[in-house]
Ligand binder design. Structure first.
Ligand code: XMP
Length: 331
């Protein structure tokens, strides 16, 4: 007789049996997969789990605070918040090429992570949120299949010389929907369980050209408005249809800050300020995507709010390109 609680109990038992009295470390991004593994390990081994949250300063507005809140107040684990914002800002200063941004961010991520791992001491295991499709995808990559990268993702762990951890990958037989169901059963909040995909390099690849604190501030504020309005839009559709990914709901939606300015007018004053590009797509697997046919009143609210509430922005454009030939992200 299959139940979710029964499944969780047996996964918890497996983790306990494997780990014994040893210590486990986990790179917690705040995404669905790593959060579910953290919640599962929290139930199994509590403070024997160290969650390392590397804050690169490129997350969306309020995200670091939310991750910290969940994994310090709700779950009883050893939570390490690595404030790497300034180191990242320095490394990214003046860098404009998208793949170079990705390399810098990915390399520094493991640098930060292993620094903590080595200081933690006695760590035997590394827990990871690998899910079944990740395994399929990396297999395809090794054999030169089509998952090989147009944009590089950093899934393979570059262990430093002489460092070795055994892996714990409790989700490696599960699909995303099942991982979400586990997350809900473990008590994770909806904003984590039903989070839209968010790239590891974060907002750095949504700022076209070089990243700066001023641009990050603008993008975070504009993006927060996009998410607020489209979360609400999706919630209305969910109420009407009972489906989370219904025909018209958006799958991924965010703001992009291009490296240009344009002329506008505010009161009697001419402005010369930044545009924001709205990107909202319908998709099921990110391999192909359609731009979302959002109602005009929703578009109007987003545009009106961004120009009214985000200083330095005087124009909003909507990206009406599908994938292919465009990609979902701009970089
Ligand atoms: P594209 O832009 O290639 O994106 O259509 C497809 C999906 O992948 C996400 N994406 C990334 N995720 N690291 C990640 O972890 C990355 O460098 C990266 N680039 C794109 C993107 O958000 C979309 O969901």
């Amino acid at each position: 007789n299959w139940t979710m609680e029964g499944l969780i109990d047996s996964m918890v038992e497996d983790i306990r049996a494997k780990v014994g009295n040893d210590r486990v470390i986990l790179a917690l991004s705040g995404g669905v997969d790593s959060s579910v593994v953290a919640a599962l390990c929290a139930r199994a081994i509590g403070k024997q789990l160290t969650c390392v949250f590397v804050n690169h300063g490129l997350l969306r507005k309020n995200e670091p605070e939310q991750v910290e809140e969940v994994f310090t107040k709700q779950f009883d684990v050893d939570f390490v918040h690595v404030h790497a914002e300034e180191r990242y800002a320095k490394l990214l200063d003046g860098v404009t090429e998208p793949e170079q941004k990705r390399r810098i961010i990915g390399t520094q991520f493991w640098e930060e992570f292993f620094t903590v791992a080595q200081h933690t001491g006695g760590v035997k295991y590394l827990a990871q949120g690998t899910i079944y499709p990740d395994i399929i995808e990396s297999g395809a990559r090794k054999t030169g299949g089509k998952a090989s990268t147009i944009k590089s993702h950093h899934n393979l762990i570059p262990f430093p010389e002489g460092v070795h951890f055994d892996l714990i990958e409790p989700l490696d037989h599960f699909f995303k929907d099942e991982v979400r169901a586990l997350g809900t059963a473990l008590g994770l909040p909806d904003y984590i369980v039903h989070r839209q995909p968010f790239p590891g390099p974060g907002l750095a690849i949504r700022i076209i050209g070089s990243v700066s604190p001023e641009k990050l501030e603008i993008l975070k504020n504009a993006d927060a408005i996009v998410r607020e309005e489209l979360d609400a839009y999706n919630a209305r559709l969910f109420e009407e249809t009972g489906e989370r990914n219904s025909e018209h709901s958006c799958w991924q939606y965010f703001a992009v800050l291009p490296d240009i300015r344009s002329v506008g007018v505010m009161g009697d004053e001419r402005t010369y300020a930044r545009p924001i590009i709205l990107r909202a797509v319908e998709s099921s697997d990110a391999m192909t995507a359609d731009w979302a046919k959002l109602p005009y009143d929703v578009l109007a609210r987003i545009s009106g709010r961004i120009v009214a509430e985000v200083p330095g922005v005087n124009r909003v454009a909507y990206d009406i390109t599908s994938k292919p030939p465009a990609t979902i992200e701009w970089e």
